[in-house]
Design a protein around this ligand. Structure first.
Ligand code: ADP
Ligand code: ZN
Length: 212
């Protein structure tokens, strides 16, 4: 994994862990933070809690008993205000929910010599770039893209399938549905389904033609 590269002689840097839901981004972020704690770095962890379902705020402990709490935030500005002067590693989870100023924040932290670890879902339920993730991927020194397992066919999953009432959500449903009843599955490209209004209209006559 790229994370084991060391840039420590060259000051700060940005590393991004991206991929679909259930691909293990949080697990990987926690692993990296735990190792930074073992290395006796001063670490701070922040997590966007825009969507209540992702609010599972965790703490990370190392075997020597040192613990870091993930701090819930709504905005990159709250991260900037919460930073302590001697922090050497900043980890940000669920970064796709943060506003675009997270790119400038990550850049300025790295410029100041801080290792910045960002985890986030890089594509939304449509399979399109999500929030500031594309910009973060572009400015990062190191990028890891993780995959889950497609619940339909068992191949590597690269898409978030949104289901509403058990049916694929339409393309024009909102990117973030806070506190609603939809669920998600990890799927591969060919099992991923995002019906569009125009596709539904196109499909109808075709079906009608076939049945006559
Ligand atoms: P992420 O932060 O990317 O959403 P997490 O680190 O929270 O992922 O969770 C990863 C864990 O989710 C895996 O270790 C596995 O136990 C579990 N999991 C549930 N569904 C799947 C799936 N379809 N593919 C892979 N892992 C899954
Ligand atoms: Zn599949």
């Amino acid at each position: 994994m790229n994370s084991d590269l060391h840039f420590s002689r060259s000051g700060g840097w940005i590393e991004v862990i991206c991929g679909v839901m259930f691909s293990g981004k949080s697990e990987e972020l926690i692993r990296r933070v735990r190792r930074a704690i073992i290395a006796r770095r001063k670490v701070q962890v922040f997590k966007s809690h825009l969507d209540e379902r992702y609010a599972g705020i965790y703490h990370i402990s190392s075997h020597d008993g040192r613990t870091v709490q993930a701090v819930p935030v709504d905005t990159p500005e709250q991260i900037a205000r919460g930073l302590e002067p001697d922090t050497q590693v900043v980890a940000i989870d669920e970064a796709q929910f943060l506003d675009p100023s997270v790119v400038a924040l990550a850049t300025s932290l790295a410029d100041r010599g801080i290792r910045v670890i960002v985890a986030g879902t890089d594509t939304d339920f449509r399979g399109e770039p999500f929030g500031a993730m594309p910009q973060l991927l572009a400015v990062a020194e190191v990028v890891d893209k993780l995959h889950a397992i497609c619940v339909r066919c068992g191949n590597p999953a690269s898409r978030n399938q949104r289901l509403i009432g058990g049916r694929p959500a339409r393309y024009d449903s909102p990117t973030i549905m806070v506190g609603s009843a939809e669920t998600y599955e990890a799927r591969c490209r060919s099992c991923h389904s995002v019906p569009r209004r125009d596709e539904e209209q196109l499909v109808m006559p075709a079906v009608a033609t076939m049945s006559t």
